[in-house]
Design a binder for this molecule. Structure first.
Ligand SMILES: *Cc1c(COP(=O)(O)O)cnc(C)c1O
Length: 409
């Protein structure tokens, strides 16, 4: 028989959300009349902005006519979208990023996993704990780790705890690391990174020759003007960082699929014999070979987010989620539950009262309140005793969840 990639066998359990889906399905089968409120998955619920729909319709009409029909586009994305991003997301915030440094893609989940294609297997990789599981699992699949221990931690990875004890600010690694995954506003904790904190990481990366993989998927939820939206707002970041951005949470594109990765031209890696190589060139080569671009109507839809109407409409939707997050926070506060995040992010991270484990609390909420959340331990050993509630739902459902929680806690 054909050999498999045995690294996949090291993966513990299912992908967190598949595991939750399985438990919810079983519960539904056993309790067909239960009306579940789902505050677990990080998926948007509001429809696309009218400006996006209009632009996508117009693009589809172009495709229907020989003279305006388009086949393959550039693998890196259309110039109109790359220019709009460079100008609106970076240059307008004082971040020196050129359109040619932006690679349009079908998702940040995909990019943050695929990026490992261009990095060596012997790099020491650091992740926060708790963490977005994709960073860890893709390193396991790529063979960068040993097996998992009893707590679910993979050998070879450097885990940086983020808990209430350190105010969710990770310490710099004590040892040298090559690749560091940072995600701000953070999934799952909903906390943000200050300029000073990011500067410490950029300085660390300079001193240690490391690369920061910065996931800013929730950048649009930042309301505090002192919080940076991009790692490239930090001095020196162009030499040490890659940034992932997505239209998924910004503009409800989870089912449409469009994102981008920013790789500054000067970012360098090295070969085993010590020669320098351009990371931008490697990613460009990878994109050319393994990717054929995002569909034209989708890129036109994404471009429309930067129009005055698009911007306003997208903002209004984000405000809905942020208000939901505030309602969740307030409901928890009334119950005396300590909660974090949810101010510049659509996630609220709560400390489970008493001594229940994250999965015990998941089951209690599911069975007694018919509310689904995400167990903190699913994001890492340091997430044990915590629980994530998402603001991605209708106002009515968020309010209903608050009432139900009050009855059981
Ligand atoms: C939702 C999310 C993304 C976006 O992924 P897409 O593939 O672009 O939909 C990226 N990173 C994190 C941490 C997320 O939660």
């Amino acid at each position: 028989m054909t050999q498999i990639n045995e690294n996949y066998l090291k993966l513990t359990g299912g992908y967190l959300f598949s595991e939750i889906a399985r438990l919810v399905k079983t519960f539904r089968e056993e309790n067909p009349s239960a009306n579940l409120v789902r505050l677990d998955i990080g998926d948007v619920t509001e429809p696309l902005a009218p400006a996006v729909i209009q632009a996508m319709h117009a693009a589809v009409d172009e495709m229907a006519v020989r003279s305006s029909f388009r086949g393959y586009g550039p693998e890196q994305g259309h110039g109109f979208l790359r220019e709009a991003i460079a100008k609106n997301d970076y240059q307008s915030r004082g971040a020196d990023i050129d359109a040619s440094e932006i690679f349009i893609s079908d998702g940040s989940k995909c990019d943050s996993g695929n990026i490992l294609d261009i990095f060596g297997a012997d790099n020491v990789v650091a992740v926060l704990d708790p963490v977005y599981p994709v960073y860890v699992d893709t390193n396991v699949m790529a063979g960068h780790t040993g097996p998992a221990d009893a707590a679910g931690r993979y050998g070879g990875l450097v885990y940086l705890p983020v808990t209430a004890e350190n105010n969710f600010v990770p310490d710099l690694p004590r040892q040298r690391v090559d690749l560091i995954y940072l995600c701000y506003p953070n999934n799952p904790t909903g906390v943000v990174a200050s300029k000073e904190m990011l500067q410490r990481w950029v300085d660390y990366a300079h001193q240690n020759g490391s690369t920061i993989l910065y996931d800013a998927a929730y950048e649009a939820y930042i309301t505090d003007p002192s919080i940076p939206h991009s790692i490239f707002e930090i001095d020196g970041a162009r030499d040490v960082a890659i940034e992932f951005r997505s239209f998924s949470k910004t503009a409800g594109f989870t089912g449409v699929r469009c994102a981008f990765t920013v790789i500054p031209k000067g970012l360098k890696g090295k070969t085993q014999d010590g020669r320098e190589a351009s990371i931008h060139s490697l990613w460009n080569r990878r994109h050319n070979t393994k990717f054929n671009g995002v569909s034209y109507p989708v890129q036109r839809g994404a471009e429309a987010i930067y129009s005055p109407e698009g911007r306003q409409q997208v903002r209004a939707t984000i405000e809905i989620y942020l208000t939901n997050a505030r309602l969740v926070r307030e409901a928890l506060k009334k119950l005396g539950i300590q909660a974090y995040g949810g101010v510049n992010a659509p996630y609220v991270w709560l400390k489970i009262p008493g001594s229940l484990s994250s999965w015990d609390f998941f089951n209690k909420l599911l069975r007694e309140a018919n509310v689904v959340g995400t167990p903190g331990s699913g994001f890492g050993a340091c997430g044990e005793g915590y629980f994530r509630l998402s603001a991605f739902n209708s106002r009515a459902n968020v309010e209903e969840a608050g009432k139900r929680l009050a009855k059981i806690i």
